[in-house]
Design a protein. Structure first.
Length: 319
C-alpha cells in the first residue's frame, strides 16, 4: 500500500502539468464535495422539519378523536346515571337504546349506593353486572368517591380489549361501562401517516392500551426515555427520534390527552421518513463524481492545448 502511494506521489511530482492538474482537480473535487454535503444536510433538515410538523399535527388530530370518543361515552354514562332514567318505569329499554347509540361501549351498568344493580345492558355478555362482589370493585369504590375511573386494559372471553369507565350517578349511585378499545384504534388508524406509520394509545402509567399490533398491547413506554421525559415534565408534547417497543428506529410524536391523562403516540420508521434525502444523497454523490471527472478532464484538455503545447513549441523553437 505504501509502495503504491509512493509511486503515485512520484508520478505527479515528475511533471509540472501533472502537479497543476492534481491541484486543480483536488480543489474542484473538494468544492463539489463541500457543496454536496451542504445540499444533503439542508435537504435532510427540511425533510425532518416536514415530518415533525406532520407527525405533530397527526398527534393533535388523534388526540381530538380520542377526546371525542371518550367524552361521548362519558355523556352516555351520565345520561344512564341520571335520575330521570334510573327512576323511569322503562329504564331497561332506555338503557338498551343508549347503548345502541354508542358503538364504543360494550356494556353499561347503573347501581345504587350499595352496589345493587338498577339497570344493565350489554352487547356480548354481562361482565360488570355479573360481579358478586360488585360493591368491593375498585371502579365502584373510586366512582363512589367522586373520581372518574379508567381501568387498565382487560379482555373479554372473545379476546376483545376494553377498559372500565366509571363515574358517580345523580342518585348517589354509580354508573359504569366497558369501553371497547379497538373502536378507538380503528378511528385513529384512519389517519394517513405513510406506509409504516402507526398511531397508538398509552394510559397515564405508560401501558399501551391500543395498538394495531396486538403483541405490543400491555407494553410499557417507560422503557423509552423520551416518554419518561414527557411523563415527568411539564410539556404536553414531544417529537424526535427514538427506538420504539418493536425495537425499530422511528421518528415519533408523543402527546398527552388532558381529558383522560392518556398519551397518543404517532410514529413512522426513520427508513421511510428519511428515504427521499438518502436517495437524494446517493444521486448527489454520483452527480458529484461525474461532474468532478468531467471538470478534471476538461481542465486537462484545456491546459494541454492552451498552455503546455504552446510552451513545448516555444521551447522547441528556441532550441
Amino acid at each position: 500500500m505504501q509502495h503504491t502511494i509512493l509511486r503515485i506521489t512520484v508520478y505527479f511530482r515528475s511533471s509540472v502539468r501533472r502537479r497543476l492538474l492534481a491541484w486543480l482537480g483536488g480543489m474542484t473535487l473538494l468544492m463539489l464535495l463541500v457543496t454536496s454535503a451542504a445540499v444533503s444536510y439542508l435537504v435532510h433538515q427540511f425533510e425532518q422539519e416536514l415530518w415533525r410538523a406532520r407527525l405533530s399535527e397527526e398527534a393533535r388530530n388523534a388526540g381530538s378523536v380520542i377526546d371525542g370518543i371518550v367524552a361521548q361515552s362519558e355523556r352516555i354514562l351520565t345520561a344512564a346515571g341520571s335520575a330521570t332514567l334510573t327512576g323511569a318505569p322503562e329504564r331497561q329499554k332506555l338503557l338498551d337504546l343508549l347503548l345502541a347509540t354508542e358503538p364504543s361501549l360494550l356494556e353499561i351498568v347503573s347501581t345504587d349506593a350499595e352496589g345493587a344493580i338498577l339497570a344493565a345492558s350489554n352487547r356480548d355478555r354481562a361482565v360488570l353486572a355479573s360481579l358478586f362482589t360488585l360493591s368491593q370493585s375498585e371502579w365502584f369504590r373510586q366512582a363512589m368517591a367522586g373520581v372518574r375511573y379508567h381501568s387498565r386494559v382487560q379482555y373479554t372471553f372473545q379476546d376483545k380489549p376494553y377498559i372500565i369507565v366509571a363515574q358517580s350517578a345523580e342518585d348517589e349511585g354509580v354508573v359504569a361501562g366497558r369501553l371497547y378499545m379497538e373502536v378507538l384504534q380503528q378511528m385513529v388508524s384512519e389517519l394517513d401517516i405513510g406506509n409504516s406509520g402507526s398511531v397508538y394509545i398509552a394510559d397515564a402509567e405508560g401501558e399501551v392500551i391500543t395498538h394495531a399490533d396486538r403483541r405490543l398491547l400491555g407494553g410499557l413506554l417507560t422503557q423509552i426515555p423520551a416518554f419518561v421525559a414527557v411523563q415527568q415534565g411539564e410539556e404536553d408534547a414531544w417529537i424526535g427520534e427514538y427506538t420504539n417497543l418493536a425495537d425499530a428506529p422511528v421518528l415519533g410524536s408523543l402527546r398527552r390527552i388532558d381529558a383522560t391523562g392518556w398519551y397518543v403516540i404517532v410514529e413512522v420508521l426513520q427508513a421511510e421518513a428519511y428515504a427521499p434525502s438518502q436517495n437524494a444523497l446517493a444521486t448527489i454523490v454520483v452527480v458529484t463524481l461525474l461532474l468532478g471527472f468531467t471538470v478534471m478532464s476538461g481542465n486537462s484538455i484545456f491546459m494541454r492545448r492552451s498552455i503546455f503545447r504552446p510552451l513545448q513549441r516555444l521551447s522547441a523553437g528556441a532550441v
